[in-house]
Design a protein around this ligand. Sequence first.
Ligand SMILES: [Fe+2]
Length: 441
Amino acid sequence: MSLTAIPSQVDPGTLAAELGEARARTLLLIAPLSDPDLHAQHDPLMSPILWDLGHIAHFEELWLTRNLDGPIEFVEMPGLYNPFEHSRSARASLALPGLDECRQIMDQIRGRVLARLATIDLDPAHPLLRDGYVYRMVLQHEYQHNETILQTLQLKRGEPYTPTVRYEVPRPDRHRGPAPGAMVRFPGGVLEIGTDDRSEAYDNERSRHPVELPPFWIDINPVTNGEFAEFIAAGGYREPAHWSQSGWEWVSKAGITTPKHWEEVDGAWLSRSMDRTGPVEPLHPVCHVSYYEAEAFARFAGKRLPTEIEWEAAASWDPEPGTKRTFPWGEQPASKDLANIDQLTFGTAPVGSFSRNVSPIGCYGMIGDVWEWTTSPLSPYPGFESFPYPEYSELFFGPEYKILRGGSWATRPGAIRNTFRNWDYPFRRQIFSGFRCARND
Ligand SMILES: [Fe+2]
């Protein structure tokens, strides 16, 4: 068995530096925005960005000061920034402090957090402090809200969002690697799903447990825009045979005929990512599709979507020695050099662009670019224990959500790994979501 990745440094100085880096990124993302843009609710699905900022700070205050000093409160912070007290669509009518006041609050809380951290004893017997867990939980929370803010920015009303800093994605002259739609076989057998890590993994990723899988085939790359355009051209959105009943009801009622942010101009497909609109790139993974659209494409292609167990097997399991990897490429921490992650490309890259982003069985791009829909509902693994509070996972267990895996270009490296489970409703497409297909042996 391979070792579970444990962050190499959990000393207070490193944690303080990581907190500083996370905050710098949050502030970089919002730097181009005016006060009205920060106050506005750009879409009913999304919070005003000022709410996200205040919520980030209050979550940090709860877990890194109050819960370290007093009795642990296993709840969200009460008040303005408690997501359970105020639905997203109602957050625009809250009396949110403006940016200057919000920044002061964020700085004050951070000051207390750093003062506390300077004298902390990362006591291995303390459930929150062991291996610095609670700090990594708060870091991941800020990273995840960065991705939420990017969803909001893609939906922004008025002038499109123009980033302050942008990395250009690799643009190979021609597609390297297997053709779109090519598949690889997973040989099946008993393997291990989930993790026992307690230094950064969330409660829903535990425990690491054996699962027996029959052999199956899975796409080497995520489904591309070019493949998806063939589905559209073949009338895929109008053919009920490709759709599940609930999918057909959704697509008919919503009148949807393309992935979100696509439009047809003079017979050609254009798509928009933030402030850039251009021809749909045929070799990029398709993005902003719902589970229902993914499912319909898979049927059209004579395939199906993978379960989350199949996805994790294909991303992490090396069948020959029978070992598990934390990332598709191994144990090296995720970075923008290994995969299209960490936000600053502001878009997808051609499939196969990152030659080291390959799993033991030969699947490319499982981390980064687009979250990948799976058929699995959010449910607990064997031995699940809610930790540190039920509102992270347990409250959401149920068949109404579908699991997504692998992170997107908008995911920060510290908030993704092979065992990470994301979820959303099957009709949602504000997320940076795509998919790859599977089929039976
Ligand atoms: Fe949150």
